[in-house]
Write a protein that binds this ligand. Structure first.
Ligand code: AGP
Length: 615
């Protein structure tokens, strides 16, 4: 939910930390702060607002010297987004400074105890409590910073990725992780810490991802020391050589990350099935599935848990798995699943879908299912993320970093992975003969080119967006495989343009929503040729007869809907099960253009963060 960055080395820390925070603003951006240690003093500046606001404030108020520093960009969980609640936080003595991503759930009780011992607090945050708990432990136990952090963290309940520095130790940063991501960049005579690799990837691609309940004492000129927080035992770092490169992170010439990521989908889908889809050999090769095929084949059912867009991908998967592999599937909101005391047994397979791999509700649902004996399979986009490491097996989407808060390429690559899984199971179960299997593999290989073709409708979509950019409401309708796409299109529009939008199965209109139709109501209808076409045409007629404005997504060459709709966007023909990979694209573009025309912050919409790592 927040972004943390730290640096210790031979360079000036300030520019590295500030640029790193800007790269992490997708994780939260309601306030930002930095602390720099020049060897004498720890100079700290923080402010409500974004990193640019922090730069203006810091450059006019504190010394920017120092080769050691920590910085933070916040998405508020405890305490309103204001200057005093922003991070970093000093301890009472001013010797310790901390930044934190996560939630300390028992901070209130700890705060009361510290107040009894004479501590005073200037903020409402759980983080200021944590830094003073560390200070109290350090004082009382007379131990060094690393040990004090370890003892203190054994007294807290919650999630954290923290970095702490000590005025007495100008060559050290102590970091620790539970439930929130933390990566350590290992350079030549310098170290970086951050919520992900984007702040340090231009300096080094050697990284260690801390595991849960691990901490590291980072000292200049020394190897990093990893410890288990529970018992201070030694942990061993596994250094990963990252393939992430900087241009993937930059906007690549597009005005917004979201548009860049919409246009990246042909490559992202290709990268996701590359090496896995071997059409010529008539094979699908996926290690995480091959090694666990029996678990899927013998499963009573598949339970899919996710949130938001990932939940919509789960709905598409439900149609695909049941239609192709004939395996019962239930799709659940992770936030509901984790609290409703679900019936789960060791005969169930749970698939968790998450772009960030850090969504708290999805992570909790996984842990619950594992406690009940289910086999858990993850579909994540972030290598080394908490969900990726919590699941028994998994398959990564290879979408590359998704910086825009609105998920786009994550959705289509999730569907790609899930389609490969469903096809593999259908073949293994003998539901598919070789011919049908081969038909799907070769069609899937055509999808990137067909997505490129849909992207050519962008200018038309922009014209349509201009017509409806001021509509206060919008309905999205679809049937079959396109019902989840209707939900996804509505979510895209509402989360970046702030227009109220709802998605429905088209047949549901007559059960109430049709009362909303009048000449002011735009209705996006996904009416492709495969799957209940005639029925959706009659839904369109019902809307037209009530003067609703119809934006139809149709299969190339469609005639019937063209005569009824006010606007028509064509997508190429494909297999019914693969339609969502194409029909979602115009809806992404429509929401993008409307949001831009409305002057909304497309990449960082209000009230939202890219990764919801708190409940
Ligand atoms: C989608 O555009 C939103 N950003 C949001 O609904 C997101 O899909 C949801 O928070 C789940 O995130 P995850 O895929 O990282 O778990």
């Amino acid at each position: 939910m927040c972004g943390i960055v730290g640096y210790i080395g031979y360079r000036d820390a300030y520019p590295i930390i500030v640029k790193g925070l800007q790269r992490l603003e997708y994780r939260g951006y309601d306030s930002a702060g930095i602390a720099l240690f020049d060897g004498e003093e720890i100079n700290l500046s923080k402010t409500k607002g974004k990193v640019d606001d922090l730069k203006k404030k810091a450059e006019g108020s504190i010394s920017l010297k120092g080769n050691l520093g920590i910085g933070h960009t916040r998405w508020a969980t405890h305490g309103a987004p204001n200057d005093v609640n922003s991070h970093p936080h000093y301890s009472n003595s001013g010797d310790l400074v901390i930044i934190h991503n996560g939630i300390i759930e028992n901070y209130d009780a700890i705060k009361k105890e510290l107040i009894n011992r004479g501590y005073v607090f200037s903020s409402d945050t759980d983080t200021e409590v944590l830094v003073n708990l560390i200070e109290e432990v350090k004082r009382k136990e007379n131990v060094k910073l690393g040990h004090a952090v370890q003892i203190a963290l054994n007294q807290v309940v919650g999630a954290y990725a923290i970095a702490v520095i000590d005025k007495q130790k100008p060559d050290e940063i102590v970091v620790a992780k539970l439930g929130s991501p933390l990566a350590i960049g290992i350079g030549e005579k310098e170290f970086f810490v951050a919520s992900d690799a984007s702040p340090f990837i231009e300096y080094t691609n050697n990284a260690v991802y801390l595991e849960d309940e691990e901490m590291a004492i980072i000292r200049l000129g020394k190897e990093i020391k990893l410890r288990k927080i529970k018992d201070n035992s030694i942990a061993y770092p596994s250094i990963q050589e990252l393939q992430l490169n900087l241009e993937e992170i930059e906007k690549g010439g597009f005005e917004h990350f979201m548009l860049k990521e919409i246009y990246e989908q042909p490559r992202a889908i290709l990268d996701t099935y590359r090496g896995r889809l071997l059409a010529k050999e008539g094979l699908i090769r996926m290690a995480g599935i091959d090694e666990n095929l029996e678990k899927f084949l013998n499963a009573n059912r598949i339970i899919i848990v996710a949130c938001g867009t990932s939940w919509h991908a789960g709905l598409v998967a439900e149609y695909i798995f049941e239609d192709l592999a004939r395996i019962p599937v239930e799709v659940e909101y992770a936030s509901e699943f984790r609290y409703r005391n679900p019936v789960v047994t060791e005969n169930d397979v749970l698939i968790a879908i998450s772009q960030s791999g850090e969504t708290a509700d999805t992570l909790a649902a996984i842990k619950l299912a594992k406690e009940k004996g289910a086999f858990v399979f993850g579909v994540c986009n972030v290598v080394g993320s908490s969900i990726a490491r919590e699941t028994d097996a998994g398959a990564y989407t290879h979408a590359g970093p998704e910086i825009g808060v609105a998920s786009t390429k994550a959705f289509t690559t999730q569907i790609t992975v899930l389609t490969l899984l469903a096809l593999k199971l259908a073949k293994a179960k003998g539901v598919f003969n070789n011919t049908r299997f081969h038909e799907y593999l070769t069609e899937l290989e055509q999808i990137p080119a067909k997505v490129e073709e849909v992207l050519l409708t962008n200018p038309l979509v922009e014209i349509i967006a201009d017509v409806y950019k001021d509509s206060p409401n919008c309905l999205y309708l679809g049937r079959g495989y396109n019902f989840p796409v209707a939900l996804e299109g509505a979510l895209k529009l509402k989360e970046i343009s702030y227009i109220h939008a709802e998605g429905y199965p088209a047949a549901e209109m007559k059960h109430g929503p049709i009362a909303l139709i009048d000449e002011h109501m735009p209705v996006v209808v996904i009416a492709t040729s495969k799957g209940h076409y005639e029925k959706i045409v009659s839904n369109i007629q019902e809307i037209k007869s009530r003067k609703g404005k119809i934006i139809a997504v149709v299969t190339k060459g469609d005639v019937q809907v063209r005569e009824l709709a006010d606007h028509v966007i064509e997508v190429p023909e494909t297999l019914e099960n693969l339609t969502p990979l194409l029909t979602t694209i115009p809806l992404q573009l429509l929401s993008y253009h409307i949001a831009v025309m409305r002057g909304c912050n497309v990449d960082q919409p209000r009230n939202l963060a890219k990764s919801v790592t708190v409940e």
